[in-house]
Design a protein around this ligand. Sequence first.
Ligand SMILES: [Zn+2]
Length: 180
Amino acid sequence: MKIVVSISTAVSVSLLLCVTGCDPSPSESRNETAMNPTNMKPEKIVKTDEEWKRLLTPEEFQVTRRCGTEPPFSGKYWNTREKGTYVCVACGTPLYSSDAKYDSGSGWPSFWKAIEDGNIEIRRDTSHGMVRDELRCARCGAHLGHVFDDGPEPTGQRHCINSAALRLIPEEKNAPKTEP
Ligand SMILES: [Zn+2]
């Protein structure tokens, strides 16, 4: 049984309209704010489709704003073992650590836990005749993928994520030795 994260009242009306399925509706134009000055917590990012299209590649837009799914074994991260942090391709929020990445054999990047639960929202998705738990970036609402119960211990979860929704920030290498 998954806990569906309740949507805070700060979420825009446009996002609320998306809650019943995986069909994002166009959002109204609103200015995003990087930080809320009163408590320094990151605010939700709301942009129009046109604004997102300017920031994302067509594939990234299709996946994150249209709940698309890239073909398995096609994305740039399904087989990546590089150390680092996977952030949301749309807004840069840290989503997954390479430490939680594992080879699920599915052809999509798979993780057994999020880097921080609050950075991800889980929503019931009933599209395509299936009942699945959809994963979204909690900050910008980007569709990431789905979570299943057939992952490895200790969580038993498999976060099945589209490469197109992620950007890997490689871990800092050890400082290079200075030339003599
Ligand atoms: Zn995001």
